[in-house]
Design a protein around this ligand. Structure first.
Ligand code: GLN
Length: 557
């Protein structure tokens, strides 16, 4: 059977949630027993998102093979079981890089190298490679908005794919906006019409329209859009805004998106089984209580820079029927004027758990250290991820082991006690470029630890990395002697992967990024346990408050 594709494009404006739409289609098709794969093309010239600012581009999502990818791949992994790697995310820059490499090597035998056919061929080859992985349906998301100069080669490539593979093997899904105009008290279809026309002008007739709208699309509006955009009325899908992203697949199912796509692709499939998703959304909307977590970090004003983290925490909360209340605290605002200044404490009071996420650079570090000290001393559950683990080690070295000048060589290369450092630095190896420890690494867990209990007694796990610095084992004896426990390390014992403090309700730092592997239906154990400990802390605190209030009342009596 020939490979089948769903191409997802976006019109009118950006940020309509194309990634989420593609992921939800994947989820629906998977729920009907099909194997799906997803990929994304980003029309910018950067070779990969690895070096792009999180402020501009949001989180860098890391796959098992260590590819630094667009955050939409995070949606793909959370909604489906598609096996993602560097093959599933291409930028214009990477496509051109490959072509220029070939040209320099003489592969084109002196021919003129052009956008058509060379760039478009390279794009089509990338799609075929992913489709060849055994998927029944490959969903291809084209970044950007139709009408952008940058996305033209990608659109031309998918137009050719339709030409080559036929209607029964390709479906064009277009995401548009149907705005509500208050002055007219009307939903307006014109932007959608223009966007569909723009696509048509480059040879692509949309098959399915996902219409984002603040209000439900009535029958008349759907008929109007269908008539003017040349699609079936059934193919005009109302994509209303929902409060949980995990409801999107259910909404699409209700609108018959899966049915439609399968019909267009001439593919039979069993009925959808969405019971687990329904149950998840049910729990999401009916929490029994809430849990409040403070995230102390650097890019907190731009939430997309911690997309997977936010989702992983939500998974942990939903799995325990809790509503997650997140507070983002800018780490710089927790820095103290002097050692005696503990005014930051008021900002940290009242949270059930504190988390310091990954990050790069020196800004805000001292504030993070204050937050960690607070959590450690006041027995508030603490979860440190990557930078948050490194900072926890620095805090422990300084305030428990008395190494006042402990630091990471990232923040102070000349620090007296480099408890966090680049391994190669000490070996005297000159670092070339941005060598990071990236992607999946195996970690061996020590028994009878918080980590091993969280992972259900597993002794070997695999987690994803994205960092340069490591725990310096020269300080291991001193720090473990003072009460720190190393509960996870690489099999050869070179790298420390997890540290924790026994006796504390929950104090754990991991060098990897567990958030990349958390799924709504399979919450990551560390997030699940951190949220559970935080909730426990909340209940204990309220019990203590109750007791104190009762005692005060009795005294008055
Ligand atoms: N900046 C630290 C390092 O490079 C931590 C990186 C991270 O948190 N992802 O090791």
């Amino acid at each position: 059977m020939s490979a089948k594709y769903v191409f997802v494009t976006g019109g009118v404006v950006s940020s309509l949630g194309k990634g989420l739409a593609a992921a939800s289609i994947g989820c629906l098709l998977e729920s009907r027993g099909l194997r799906v794969n997803l990929m994304k093309f980003d029309p910018y010239l950067n070779v990969d998102p690895g070096t792009m600012s999180p402020f501009q581009h949001g989180e860098v999502f890391v796959t098992d093979d260590g590819a630094e990818t667009d955050l939409d791949l995070g949606h793909y992994e959370r909604f489906t079981h598609a096996p993602l790697s560097r093959d599933n995310n291409y930028t214009t820059g990477r496509i051109y890089e490959q072509i220029i490499l070939k040209e320099r090597r003489g592969d084109y035998l002196g021919k003129t190298v052009q956008v058509i056919p060379h760039v478009t061929n390279e794009i089509k080859n990338a799609m075929r490679k992913v489709a060849a992985n055994g998927a029944d349906v490959t969903i291809v998301e084209i970044g950007g908005t139709v009408g952008d100069i940058e996305s033209l080669p990608f659109l031309e490539a998918i137009r050719q794919m339709r030409q080559e593979l036929g209607r029964e093997n390709t479906t064009f899904v277009h995401l548009t906006l149907v705005p509500w105009i208050a002055a007219a008290q009307e939903l307006k279809t014109k932007p959608t019409q223009h966007s569909v026309k723009e696509l048509l002008s480059i040879g692509i007739q949309a098959d399915v329209l996902l219409c984002r709208s603040e209000r439900p699309l009535g029958r008349e509006i759907k008929q109007k859009i269908a008539a003017f955009c040349n699609v079936e009325e059934k193919a005009v899908i109302g994509a209303k805004t929902v409060s949980s992203v995990y409801e999107v697949p259910l909404c699409f199912a209700q609108e018959g998106v899966d049915e439609l796509i399968l019909r267009y692709l001439h593919r039979e499939a069993p009925e959808a089984d969405l019971s687990k998703w329904k149950d998840l959304v049910e729990r999401c909307y009916n929490p029994k209580d809430e849990v409040s977590i403070a995230i102390v970090g650097k890019y907190v004003e731009y939430e997309d820079s911690y997309k997977s983290l936010k989702e992983a925490l939500a998974h942990g909360a939903i799995s325990q029927n809790l509503k997650l209340k997140l507070t983002w605290i800018e780490a710089e605002g927790l820095e103290s004027e002097s050692a005696a200044d503990q005014s930051y404490e008021t900002q940290l009071e009242g949270f059930d758990g504190i988390l310091v996420p990954g990050g790069f650079g020196k800004r805000g570090i001292e504030g993070m250290l204050n937050a960690i000290r607070y959590a450690r001393e006041k027995q508030v559950p603490y979860f440190g991820i990557c930078l948050g683990m490194q900072a926890a080690c620095i805090e422990f070295a300084r305030n428990v082991c008395g190494l006042k000048n402990a630091n990471s060589s990232e923040f102070d290369p000349a620090a007296e006690h480099r408890v966090i450092y680049k391994l190669r630095e000490l070996l005297g190896v000159e670092e070339m470029g941005g060598t990071m420890r990236l992607g999946a690494w195996t970690c061996i867990l020590q028994g009878d630890t918080l980590a091993s209990r969280a992972y259900g007694g597993a002794t070997e796990i695999s987690e994803r990395h994205r960092h340069r610095y490591e725990f310096n084992r020269e300080y291991e004896a001193l720090m473990t002697g003072a009460g720190l426990r190393i509960s996870g390390a690489t099999p050869d014992q070179t790298y420390v992967e997890i540290v924790e403090i026994p006796g504390h309700p929950f104090f754990l730092g991991c060098q990897f990024h567990p958030e990349f592997k958390s799924r709504p239906l399979e919450p990551h154990p560390l997030f699940r346990e951190f949220v559970a400990a935080s909730y426990q802390h909340r209940k204990q605190r309220s019990a203590e408050q109750m007791k104190a209030a009762r005692a005060a009342y009795q005294q008055v009596q």
